[in-house]
Design a protein around this ligand. Sequence first.
Ligand code: AHN
Ligand code: ZN
Length: 330
Amino acid sequence: MKNLIPVIFIVFFLISCDSSKEKKESISEDREKKDLQVPVFNAGNAYQFVQTQVDFGPRVPGTKPHAETEQYLISQLETFGATVKTQKFEAETYEGEVWDLTNIIASIQPEKKKRILLAAHWDTRKIADKDNERKEEPIDGANDGASGVGVILEIVNAIQNAKNKPNVGIDVIFFDGEDNGEPQGLSARNPSEIWWCLGSQYWSKNKHIPGYSAYYGVLLDMVGASNAQFHKEGYSMKYAPSIVEKVWNTADQIGYGRFFINKQVASITDDHYFVNEIGKIPMIDIIAHDPTSGDFFPDFHHTHNDNMDIISQETLKAVGQTLLQVIYEE
Ligand code: AHN
Ligand code: ZN
């Protein structure tokens, strides 16, 4: 009995050492997170970036609004202090036309080796094939196209204005020619080709810098509608599951869990598919999904309801603030 007393003391001593070590670790982790000064994502700015694109008119390749929006996006990125390049190319469409298209590419903190690629498409669909009216007229594309571009512009703006810079560099690509896939019910001229995502298909085969890669990429597609829900899309889970988990967990931690739903859903042929498959960069897609819809997409999709009335600053904020947090935690 007598001999046991020092043993008991030693055991208690060890236990208390261990738990105080744990405490210290969690305190220093907290501190690290507190010291992490993540810039505030200004949703009012993002909303204005969406509005400005929509005000030009539908950004259908070959039209005046498309040409004017190209100039606007380049000058906006340059105003933020980014280095901007364009990639001009021709691409065949499902109708057998040849379109002149432009990918817009920008970099901030170009000296950083570790890079994150943010992408969205900046073109607009030339028809409203899922609407019951004015099917032959182009859509505003406030959400389908403009919202992703608007969120990325404000992320760049926020980082450039911040005293505190992230450890990673950011590259931006605004892909052209994403949204001219064959209309519903019309089979494509050559079904072995995919007529969506012409800009990302071209860029993945012809990178702006030969051999360019990134740590990972995030594609934003329809990230602005009120009450949007982002599920874990199939190709994102196939090619970059750890990035999906990181983004969804971060959203939950900073209070945006109601937008980022912890459920895997179908795969969508979107720009990230080509960046993964051909470009060999792991890229996820944050894309609006309606689980009650027959075709994955919410009901505004490819209709004239895709206008400024459905755009919500809350949703833009949820996506933009989550991505800033993810970027600053790298
Ligand atoms: C498919 O409908 C298979 N892909 C289209 C992806 C898309 C269109 N995103 C926005 N508009
Ligand atoms: Zn579309």
